[in-house]
Write a protein that binds this ligand. Structure first.
Ligand code: SF4
Length: 387
């Protein structure tokens, strides 16, 4: 017996089903309904239609390393566990030799991307940011450098007393290849004022995105959910990002980021559930009809939820992620111990009955001769322990 779409989505979501089938853009009201319906299975079913239309079973990952060059920050965002504070992480700031040392840590792994972000450290000079990029490129000339969120770009421009566009040009000349997501968590004046009022606001964030697109830089988009934002604010964020993408076309991927309250000023909040994680992936897939890719960042969502997310609209898992230090801070799983080997990444995707495809930062497929790959070191933590 075949099951009809109506049996899965129910009468409540049938209008949205018809729009999805016809490739029509979803409205604000549709987005709110997708967040509020108890029928998560129906929402996932709809998102999977779009996901499979675009990518079939293909699931992308990148071989990457993170370098978080400083955790000193003067923005004091309430959701952040990364920045140095009394009773929290000790302050650090990498000098250029340390950046080179970090970039050389995994020379045995064929990395294609180094992702660099840090705090807003007022002691760092304009040239430091160019030197950091040059240092990485000197050690690993082949990698794509994805670096500096919009809030860092504004800081770099301010410290150099130049325009955002000039700062981006100087960074590109030093070797910057694209901009990561982050910098704005939710495009909402209310949430901005309550949680990250010292950071740039939504319009300033959009100006950085526009300047980047004008210079030909690609950028990633994110949405931090599971703190104080409402369903309406999430949908509004997605629609603002969709409109910006209509204008610029330079965003590669949307990553809904699951908020982790541990060791933040919002530690009293429960944090998102697996329902929230899957739903945000699915609603992003459905609302962002002009985005090619939706990512389930396995570090934030865990491996098992990411495996499920590959059926709820996600076609990307991020990557092997050497050296990531932001989400959990010290001590949660042992500092810097969040990494998947290539074999674990492939296994994670195949276990979910999807097809793993290694990509570069711009989503070009990378085909490797298996025999030429280095013998993998043991994973620092087994996949099962990441649940
Ligand atoms: S989120 Fe970024 S800007 Fe905000 S406190 Fe943390 S490091 Fe600083």
């Amino acid at each position: 017996m075949s099951i009809s779409p109506e049996n899965i989505v129910g009468s409540e979501l049938m209008d949205i089903y018809r729009k999805v089938e016809a490739g029509q853009r979803l409205s604000f009201e549709d987005g709110v309904l997708l967040y509020n319906t108890p029928n998560l299975t129906g929402v996932g079913y709809l998102a999977n239609i779009v996901r499979e239309r675009l990518h079939g079973a293909n699931t992308f990952y990148v071989s990457n390393q993170h370098i978080n060059y400083t955790n000193i920050c003067n923005k004091f965002c309430k959701f952040c566990s990364f920045y140095a504070k009394k009773g929290g992480p000790a302050p650090y700031e990498f000098d250029i030799p340390e950046v080179k040392k970090r970039a050389a840590l995994h020379m045995d792994v064929p990395l294609t991307e180094i992702h660099m972000v840090g705090g807003i450290n007022p002691r760092l000079k304009y040239d430091y940011y160019m030197d950091v990029i040059r240092a990485v490129k000197e050690v690993r000339p082949e990698v794509h450098v994805k670096a500096f969120t919009a809030v860092e770009i504004v800081q770099i421009a301010q410290i150099g007393k130049v325009s955002v566009e000039q700062a981006l040009k100087d960074l590109m000349e030093a070797g910057l290849d694209s901009l990561p997501g982050g910098g704005i968590e939710i495009l909402s004046d209310r949430v901005h004022a309550e949680l990250f009022g010292k950071k740039l606001n939504g319009e300033e964030w959009k100006d950085v995105a526009r300047a980047a697109s004008k210079l030909g830089l690609k950028q990633y988009a994110t949405m931090l959910y599971g703190h104080i934002e409402t369903a309406e604010e999430r949908v509004d964020h997605l629609i603002q990002i969709r409109e910006l993408q209509d204008e610029t076309g330079h965003f590669l991927t949307m990553t809904p980021l699951s908020f982790h309250p541990e060791q933040t000023e919002l530690a009293h909040l429960p944090g998102p559930t697996a329902d929230d994680d899957l739903r945000n992936i699915a609603v992003s897939r459905l609302m962002l009809d002009n985005f090619d890719h939706i990512k389930s960042f396995w570090i934030m969502n865990t491996v098992p939820v990411t495996q499920a997310a590959l059926w709820y609209g996600a076609d990307d898992t991020d990557g092997l992620v050497h050296e990531y230090e932001i989400t959990y801070g010290e001590g949660a799983w042992g500092n810097k111990s969040q990494v998947l080997t290539r074999a674990n990444m492939v296994r994670m995707i195949q276990e979910a009955r999807r097809i793993p495809i290694e990509r570069d930062s711009l989503y070009n497929e990378i085909v490797r001769d298996e025999a030429s790959l280095p013998k993998e070191r043991k994973p620092l933590i087994p996949v099962a322990a990441l649940a």
